[in-house]
Structure formats: structure tokens, C-alpha cells
Design a protein around this ligand. Sequence first.
Ligand code: FES
Length: 128
Amino acid sequence: MYVNKTAFRYNSDLPKVTFLPANETFEFEPGKLPYKNHGKPESLLDVAMNFGFHLEHACGGSCACTTCHVVVKDGVDNLSPMDDDEFDRVEQASDFQLNSRLGCQAIVKGDVTVHIPAWNRNYVSEGH
Ligand code: FES
């Protein structure tokens, strides 16, 4: 596993995740990221947690809130496709946009840049 900040020289073969507006970039070796038990393995949330970057996740990564909402700015095709459960949840985000994703559900497959909205609605659904 590689733990790097933006100024570090990156390995071009490894997926890089950049979180805006903090402009923090992390890269990892697929298959070797220790799972942090929140969200899907190698999801944006899992990457963030591995590198100590704070991404809200009120429901613990179970697709039951929108606090991990991010907007993909670059590399949308380098994330896993959105399934129905994720779409049903993320469209409830207060500032839902065309490239919105849930950080706990979107699995990183390549370089991606996401923006964390300034305000995420935090309403953990019950009964899911
Ligand atoms: S952390 Fe709740 S939906 Fe992602």
C-alpha cells in the first residue's frame, strides 16, 4: 500500500483518488487496501478511511444516508456502475447532481477526482 500526498511522485499504474476542495490525493494498490469495514471494499469511503481522510458516513457505509455524497469531477468511468440502491439513495441528497455518487458505494477502478459538497443532508433512514 502506498500513502501519498499530492506533492509526492505517483506511480502512474496505481489508481489515484483526489478529494476536493481539500485537494488531497491518495493512491493505492488494488487488492491490497486493508478493508476498514465501512462501505464497499475499495470504495471512495474505504480509500478515504485507509488514508485518514475524513468523509462523513453516518450510516456506516450501508447506503442508508447521504452523508458520503460526492460529486465526480473527473474519472466517472473509473468508478463502479451505480446500482439501483445507490441511485435511490443518492438522488435524495440535497444537492444531487448528474455525477453524484455515494462514497461508500462507488468502487475505485482508476483515477478519479471528486468534490465533497459543503453541506450534506444527514438523515439516516430507518427500516433499510
Ligand atoms: S455512508 Fe451512508 S450512504 Fe454512504
